[in-house]
Design a protein around this ligand. Structure first.
Ligand code: FRU
Length: 487
């Protein structure tokens, strides 16, 4: 009996040690911890990866360093949500792994997840299949980037790397960030990815997710001051035109203010199953703040909803947050508006009504996340956030009708010399302008005129309480306090 008990104890111990325990979650109440934006409990994160809606759950995978709070050991972190607002962080999904024979190590760079409904890859019907860039390096010196597969048959909880990886290799050091979607009219998978240093998007097709054929390339367009990364291709409805759609190719690269920073741009046009074409190859930017990058949209969801990484490579590794570094934007629903034959992106944050707190905001003493509706009735108007420690952020419109965020006096700005900045957008179509503003502990997102212009910026006041003060011809129409998504 004693031996039997010992054997049973050993079996139980083994079973427990192989079962993944949920992550111990942090208190999420640190200074600067976003309360309505997702951030991992600890450590470094960058791009959103593998956004997919599956069996009632939204999955957010993300570039993640399991071992530290700066970029390195890139792996896929993982979180799930039932409403796109409240998130539960799960254990790391796919982790960097070493190759003992060569001394190489493979990081899991950005990529995508699809649901393989028809078992085209042979991993099982409805298996989740991740396609990611396998970044092979030796002591952090890049050797090659190719595309690989991992799959999950348990709702994304555990992942197995495909034994015949990589599935796409053109022997280049820079070749990355696959986004894959099912193209129904052609009954095939389509992959977009970039050759970053050649400012090119390549389009491939496949019937089984394992063998890929080059269909076309898109380049020689837009802003090419910074390398191209993280492309995505999707079809969007054109507002007020029943049934009309257009295709959008978005990617990450240059920032509208110049090549000191990174940002996102997009092109609108057509996709015939092989090639993306646009009548207008001028650069159009997605967000005019400094902190919106690497955005992609969800797969297997009718609405096109995008998450961006709230940070900028220029200072990303230095922002004064701890024990985490990096967060994600509010989910934004995308559509298009036609204006004299050209198509402009419209971005609206998803409705946060379920976390609105009915108690009145005291605009003199704000201490927590808020959602505001502000009308600007003339140029040179806006609101100032003024903290008890005298730190200040201005959100407003300038004399050239451009939306602006000024964080030059925002308290902790000296951790990197380019952080203190005034950002301005393209000119707004009209004044008065209606602003929809979200202020979280260290993140501001502003949307003008129902999604016409978006700006996302980080700021780090020395004290958490602040007052909201209108100036010029600004009217504070409505304000809601928002409940923390962590409590
Ligand atoms: C974009 C990016 C991607 C790459 C990943 C690595 O921010 O540089 O191109 O896959 O980050 O972490």
């Amino acid at each position: 009996m004693k031996n039997f008990c010992l054997a049973l104890a050993a079996v139980l111990a083994l079973a427990c040690s192989t079962k993944k325990e949920p992550m111990a979650l942090g208190p999420y109440s640190e200074q600067y911890r976003p309360q309505i934006h997702f951030s991992p409990a600890k450590n470094w994160t960058n791009d959103p990866n593998g956004l997919v809606y599956h069996e009632g759950e939204y999955h957010l995978f993300f570039q993640y360093n399991p071992f530290g709070d700066t970029w390195g050991h890139m792996s896929w972190g993982h979180a799930v949500s039932k409403d796109l607002i409240h998130w539960e962080e799960l254990p790391v999904a796919i982790q960097e792994y070493p190759d003992a024979t060569t001394g190489d190590s493979t990081m899991i760079f950005s990529g995508t997840v699809v649901i393989d409904k028809n078992n085209s890859a042979g991993f099982g019907a409805n298996a989740l299949v991740a396609l990611y860039t396998s970044h092979v390096h030796q002591n952090n010196r890049a050797r090659v980037q190719h595309q690989s597969i991992a799959y999950s048959t348990d709702k994304g909880r555990t992942w197995t790397r495909y034994s015949k990886n990589p599935v796409l290799d053109i022997q280049r050091k820079d070749f990355r960030d696959p986004k894959v979607f099912w193209y129904e009219p052609g009954q095939k998978w389509v992959m977009v990815l970039v050759v970053p240093d050649l400012y090119k998007v390549q389009l491939y097709s496949s019937v089984n997710l394992k063998e890929w054929t080059l269909m076309s390339e898109f380049g020689n367009a837009g802003d090419r001051r910074r390398i191209w990364e993280c492309p995505d291709l999707y079809q969007l409805p054109v507002e007020n035109q029943q049934g009309k759609t257009k295709w959008v190719l978005s990617l990450s690269g240059s920032h509208p203010s110049g090549d000191d920073f990174v940002g996102m741009q997009y092109f609108t046009g057509d996709f015939d199953g092989h090639r993306f074409t646009t009548p207008d190859s001028a650069a159009r930017y997605m967000d005019f703040g400094k902190d919106y990058y690497a955005g992609i949209v969800f797969n297997h969801l009718d609405k096109k909803i995008m998450f961006g990484w709230v940070n900028n490579w220029t200072y990303g590794n230095q922002i004064p947050t701890s024990p985490w570094r990096g967060a994600f934007s509010l989910p934004r629903e995308l559509s298009l508006k036609e204006d004299a034959g050209s198509f402009e992106l419209v971005q609206r944050p998803i409705d946060l009504a379920t976390i609105r707190d009915d108690t009145r905001i005291d605009f003199k003493n704000v201490n927590g996340p808020v959602e505001l509706r502000v009308d600007l009735n003339a140029a040179n108007s806006g609101i100032k956030l003024v903290s008890a420690s005298g730190d200040e952020v201005t959100i407003g419109v300038d004399t050239a009708r451009r939306l602006l965020i000024d964080r030059t006096k925002a308290g902790r700005v000296d951790f990197q010399k380019q952080f203190a900045s005034i950002e301005t957008s393209k000119p707004l179509a009209q004044l008065p302008a209606h602003l929809h503003i979200f202020i979280d502990h260290s993140i501001i997102e502003v949307f003008s005129n129902d999604g016409e212009v978006a700006m996302c910026e980080q700021f780090f006041f020395r004290s958490t309480q602040f007052a909201i003060k209108p100036f010029g011809k600004a009217e504070l129409k409505i304000g809601w306090r928002l409940k923390s998504i962590w409590r």
